[in-house]
Design a protein around this ligand. Sequence first.
Ligand code: APR
Length: 266
Amino acid sequence: MKLNPPNFIDPAAATALQHASHVVVFTGAGVSSESGIPTFRDALTGLWERFDAASLATPAAYRKDKDLVWGWYEWRRMQVLRALPNPAHIAIAALAQFVPKLTVVTQNVDDLHERAGSTNVVHLHGSLHTPRCFACGRPHHLDQEIPREPEGGRRLRPPNCDHCGGSIRPGVVWFGESLPTQELNSAFTAAKQCDVMLVVGTSGLVQPAAGLPARAKNAGASLIQINPVKTDLDGECTWTLYGQAGTLLPKLLNMAFPNMDLTRVA
Ligand code: APR
């Protein structure tokens, strides 16, 4: 492992990308933070300031106080719908044109990768945009108009299922729940097959997703991490680029592929 000073990009990382035949980009909340979406380790504000995200993101928390938890997710959905993809999302989408195969695997429940133009994104932790019934599991259609939640948030009664009348829950994976099998298998397969994995904006604390970089490394891939701070994944990574994804990722990809258009959003 090479320890780089802040904002330094080792040209060897760019060279590894140039020679890669399958690149996996594995993202966490940090890739969306420059779009204004708080990470999970940021302190909550407003109605939720006395909670931490992990204590609201459980089936038990929802059972105990559905209005509090649904209100929190609607407030987050509003933030996401108002947000725009940032240069990191755009660079990841552009990369698809420059490598033979690209797989984007995210822990994020927003759709900013898709809105930047990435396709077939593997969402390991579900999506804010696919709610379903807590009782019968059927999908529920939510208005895609931006909800008008007050800035400080509010408690909000979840809608009821059209089929069984049960309460609607967000379509995200909560702590204590299993990850969707197909997505997890796709991510494991891609990690095993790739020759470079870009690990962007994740603390690497939440399993099983946090195990993906080690799987890729054990299968022979080089790992390039981008994060402003040290993480538990530093030891796994061939290169860690310390800095903001929105700055370093476009620079790295531009070093590797000088013809890349980093202005385009699909
Ligand atoms: N660029 C790159 N990385 C950044 C940036 C940025 N601009 N801003 C913050 N980061 C980094 C932080 O330093 C941190 O390491 O992003 C990481 C965010 O970590 P978490 O909030 O823990 O997010 P994540 O790793 O995605 O969390 C995993 O935990 O709460 C659950 O299900 C939730 O999917 C989430 C999972």
